[in-house]
Design a protein around this ligand. Structure first.
Ligand code: EPZ
Length: 419
């Protein structure tokens, strides 16, 4: 694809779409309901479609009407299950919990996702042992999981991992024992899953010290309607784009301001002007100059790792030396090599730390690429900053996680062409 010149601003506002990472666990949670579920504000993106296609092989029926998704999970069956498709999307590991709730044995391959290092699933497999499943790797590289015996109340650690916490919640919500999840992740999408299950009459309590307590309930309420929360990562991304590139201001609707507290504070520290206006909207103005900052990603409510790469592009325009410390994923600084292609003042100190030096003009025409959804968006922002035609390959990454992203960029005034 190409990203080219400033064209003409058509819209003064952008409305943030439903969140990928909130929607995927909700799709899986609908399997526990075993009846009809209606989800609103569903983003039409590849990861959602892929998850639905996998669920279709479990005899789940679904239908889209604009951004409303109608699901019927009453006929759940493993007869035609294409477990091999689990490889295509990391979040499919969440299917473990509901499937093992209703079936005693399952074989799955290792799931993949963005290339941000190993993406292990050891914690997911270890907690299976805690609830009395056994697993082994077979000769054809599958993971075979088998039920061994019934169990009683238990305490399990989730080590602040997002999908491990979601998986533990999904796997235990209908079990006839009490589950205490310690060191639980409390990211907005984890809380949205818990709120969905509570609406379905699940008995779940979240304590301030990252503990989730689940008491047994026999079944979940059917005929549920639930709205997917908007995507705080998309919201933060548009704040960055506007801080760097606008000629005027922009209003961002459904901005998830409360979820972005640490991010907004860092943006302000970098001298970006953000006003929280009304009804979860923000107004962002272009900054005439930007100050360098030191940034560390961490679990919620700290600065989210998924906004680190777009924010790093903002820091290329700051006045002095910025430091990035990415603590969660080892390969999430790899995209900086792409920046080095067009701007040499980057020092990658080790897999987790880098320095970004003060502003320079970007060097020359280059083709950029990425193997990670969030870094791909960072490449779009970089391309918008370079004031001539820039090609970005691997365009499919953006389609995995952002609804109508390139369309929104066009409406805000840039000419973006997909080839
Ligand atoms: C979720 O990934 C998100 N994905 C990621 O978004 C996000 O970057 C990440 O959480 C952190 O917020 C979804 O929600 C589908 P983790 P997840 O388990 O759950 C280590 C995007 O671009 N770990 O919280 O896979 C792991 O290596 C994606 O939308 C183990 O060691 O992340 C990492 O260092 C990318 N063993 C840390 O935990 C395990 O079994 C946190 O990972 C599991 C995780």
């Amino acid at each position: 694809m190409f990203v080219v010149n400033w064209w003409k601003k058509l819209y003064w506002n952008v409305k943030i779409s439903g969140s990928k990472n909130a929607c995927l666990p909700l799709l899986v949670a609908s399997l526990l309901v075993r009846w009809k579920v209606v989800l609103k504000n569903v983003p039409y993106i590849w990861d959602v479609v892929t998850m639905l296609e996998i669920m279709w092989t479990l005899w789940v029926q679904y239908n889209f009407l604009d951004d409303t998704l109608f699901l019927d999970t009453s006929k759940l069956s493993l007869d035609n299950f294409q477990a091999s498709r689990i490889k295509e999307i990391r979040a499919s590991i969440l299917l473990l919990g509901p499937i093992l709730q209703f079936f005693n044995k399952l074989s799955i391959p290792q799931p993949w996702g963005c290339s941000i290092w190993k993406r292990p699933i050891d914690w997911h497999l270890e907690w299976l042992k805690t609830i009395w499943y056994d697993y082994k790797y077979t000769d054809d590289c599958m993971i075979e999981i088998t039920w061994t015996k019934t169990s009683w109340d238990k305490v399990i650690n989730a080590w602040f991992s997002v999908t491990s916490t979601e998986n533990l919640v999904l796997a235990n919500v209908l079990r006839n024992w009490k589950t205490i999840i310690k060191l639980a992740a409390i990211e907005p999408h984890v809380m949205s899953l818990i709120n969905f299950l509570k609406l379905a009459w699940a008995d779940i309590y979240v304590d301030y010290d990252h503990t989730i307590i689940i008491e047994w309930v026999g079944s979940l309420n059917n005929n549920l309607w639930y709205e997917v929360i908007s995507d705080y990562i998309e919201s933060g991304t548009f704040m960055i784009i506007w801080a760097l590139l606008s000629r005027e201001y922009i209003d961002i609707e459904n901005a998830r301001v409360d979820d972005l507290y640490a991010f907004i504070e860092k943006m302000r520290e970098a001298w970006v002007k953000i006003d929280i206006t009304w009804n979860d909207s923000v107004r962002v103005r272009r900054s005439t100059s930007l100050k360098s900052v030191s940034l560390q990603t961490n679990i919620f409510p700290w600065f989210p790792t998924d906004l680190q790469s777009p924010f790093s592009i903002l820091l290329t325009q700051a006045d002095w030396v910025s430091r990035i410390h990415e603590i969660l994923f080892e390969s999430r600084l790899n995209f900086l090599v792409e920046i080095e292609k067009v701007k040499w003042h980057i020092a990658i100190l080790n897999p987790h730390e880098a320095l970004i030096f003060w502003k320079t003009n970007f060097k020359s025409w280059e083709t950029l690429t990425s193997w990670d959804l969030r870094a791909w968006v960072a490449m779009v922002i970089l391309a918008l900053l370079i004031e001539w035609e820039t090609k970005i390959t691997n365009v499919n990454y953006i389609k995995r996680g952002y609804s109508n992203f390139l369309e929104k960029i066009r409406l805000l005034g840039w000419d973006v062409v997909e080839e």
